[in-house]
Ligand binder design. Structure first.
Ligand code: XMP
Ligand code: MG
Length: 185
């Protein structure tokens, strides 16, 4: 573990079970960046970060990519209240550009039931981008309620509530450099 990860872990002593290390994340992001470089070389590319959870993922991913891209942000209400679902999806902040001349890649932190992303996809498709793909850092397929599959998924995880690397519980733990299980007690 990196020294700063130890420090972070000491700060958050309820977080014990690291399920994906910072080094594993870095490696997968490198592979994903190479894939996106290949797919979108020479094409107008807009990477869309779904805030807040994917801000670190997108920041690391775009810096590993070697092709030029533009960045957009959307904020979608998390229906998570603590660690449980309430079922509502609202667009709190929308993109500020016309996407019809871009290949759009949505960067999401985690796909759980699929509700959030299916709403975002529906909305962005209605704006006729040149193409639309989804890259998710984490996939929790056991919890899926909507038939939805990311084009690229970096890690598949079991049905655990996780925090770190952008993901929160009550706005805490986004700053952890790894993905850890949030204890269920
Ligand atoms: P759905 O169910 O719509 O959920 O696919 C996607 C959104 O729910 C949040 N989410 C989590 N956040 N740890 C988190 O910190 C988790 O284990 C988790 N599971 C779902 C997240 O905001 C995601 O975008
Ligand atoms: Mg999210």
């Amino acid at each position: 573990m990196r020294p700063e990860a130890v420090i972070k872990n000491n700060k958050n002593d309820s977080i014990k079970n690291i399920i994906i290390s910072a080094a594993e994340i870095k490696e997968k992001i490198r592979e994903t960046a190479r894939l996106l470089d290949e797919r979108y070389r020479g094409k107008p590319l807009l990477l869309v970060s779904i805030l807040k959870g994917s801000f670190i993922f997108l920041a690391d991913l775009c810096r590993e990519m070697t092709i030029p891209c533009e960045i957009g942000f959307m904020r979608v209400s998390s229906y998570y209240d603590g660690t449980s679902s309430s079922g509502n999806v609202n667009i709190l902040m929308d993109l500020d550009c016309d996407i019809s001349n871009y290949h759009v890649v949505i960067a999401e932190d985690i796909i759980d039931t699929g509700r959030t992303l299916s709403e975002v996809i529906k909305l962005l498709k209605s704006r006729s981008p040149l193409s639309l793909e989804v890259v998710t850092l984490l996939d929790k397929p056991e919890k899926r309620l909507i038939d939805l599959k990311a084009d690229i998924s970096l890690f598949t995880i079991p049905d655990l509530f996780v925090v770190g690397y952008g993901l929160d519980c009550g706005e805490k733990y986004r700053d952890l450099p790894y993905i850890a299980e949030y204890p269920d007690e």
